[in-house]
Design a protein around this ligand. Sequence first.
Ligand code: HEM
Length: 449
Amino acid sequence: MIPPKPPARPDNVSLWQYLRLFRRDILSAQPQRLYRAWMAEFRTPFFRSYLINQPELIDRVLKHRPEDFPKSGRISEGLRPLLGQSVFLTNGEAWRRQRRIIDPAFEGGRLKQTFSAMLASAEACADRLRDRTGVPVEIEEVTSHAAADVIFRTLFSVPIEHEIAARVFEKFRAYQRQQPLLNLAAFVPLPGWVPRFHARKTRRAAAEIRALIARLTRERAAQIAAGTAPDDLATKIMTTPDPLTGQCFNTDEMIDQVAIFFLAGHETSASALAWTLYLMAAYPNWQDRVAEEARAQDELSFATMSRLRISRDVFREALRLYPPVPMMVREATCPERFRDRDAPKGAQIVISPWHLHRHERLWEDPDSFDPARWATENGKACQRAAFIPFSAGPRVCTGAGFAMVEGPLILSTLLRRYRFEPVEGRTPVPVAHLTVRSRHGIWLRVVER
Ligand code: HEM
């Protein structure tokens, strides 16, 4: 048995069939051969894009020459109403300046200070499940709630029950349903002169979310001025000057960044945790091992995290099979040769963690769930060369270290108390929304241990 994998489309379909499939779901719209190919070219009368699927090519784009392959503007467009000029969308000097200010807040040392807020969220999540045992529960909703709680507690020192936090969370859920992260625009680049329309509903939802975030950010600016601000991520980022210019973010710039922290920080972790819990239900032996490891600790603390090795390997294996960000797109600013193909300037370069993580010529038994692989030679080599759930190079996820503490911590906290069981007839089907989700949710039964 292998864990759920979307069916691949037939190798040869017409452009229109492809577009139709793509609209439905970007994962099942791809042909089987991408699990073996080193690269692929999508060539139509209207556009060309290139999927690179070989570690050396991906390193070239992400690590060695990232300046020549900035984020594609076509992808940014859909997210602009919500994210403004946030670090996720900017390029060049604007992006470098933002990273200089943001990165110190996520350094290893700071993680220790953030830990107690994460632990409080993990325990609150376990408490909320107490009244939901014995009946099928939609787990994506549970993990979204938990991950949003983590972001609010670590960023603003408020729990998800806080009035504004709860409203932001609510509005994001509506937004997520309307706005796929990777839209058709990535593969069908429209010429620059075509006016862009964001659905009115999407724009309104984005404006509402931003208004709420603005309130939190302004309140915090006032607290910082009064000397009463708590020592959390928001305060740290808002008081860190750019080492080159000495200037801090102003409140408007900070609103853009808070929007991306919330979005990038909660959608992704929620997706990863939901798939991890599904895999635990599907592989009870591994579930028992994680639970035993967690119960062997007197308490879960920052110091004990390094002992939760099974939990970490399980979470990592879930990130491999279900990378929350399944594809990323860059734009070539100069003509480029990839293997035996010439990509023109302006070509869209697609990098697919989804396909790389299941590459049949790189991974042993790529579609199997096997957390023990990380201790094997093949697993170690692939972890270095073919495992990029957080991307790689200078634009690597700022929250990677944060997420690798948060994920195993919430997993271990939940498994200390509960067992998760599959619900018959409810096998999840992976689809790419804003992140990799299940078409009809992930349903599990939660049982007290
Ligand atoms: C399992 C959890 C997570 C996964 C899988 C993940 C994955 C990613 C990926 C793949 C990117 C690069 C996207 C691209 O280049 O197109 C990214 C960027 C980013 N992530 Fe994460 N992320 C996670 C958690 C977080 C958390 C917890 C935070 C913050 C609290 C965060 C903040 C960011 C930011 C700010 C960027 C933009 C970085 C830049 O462009 O310079 N992420 N993330």
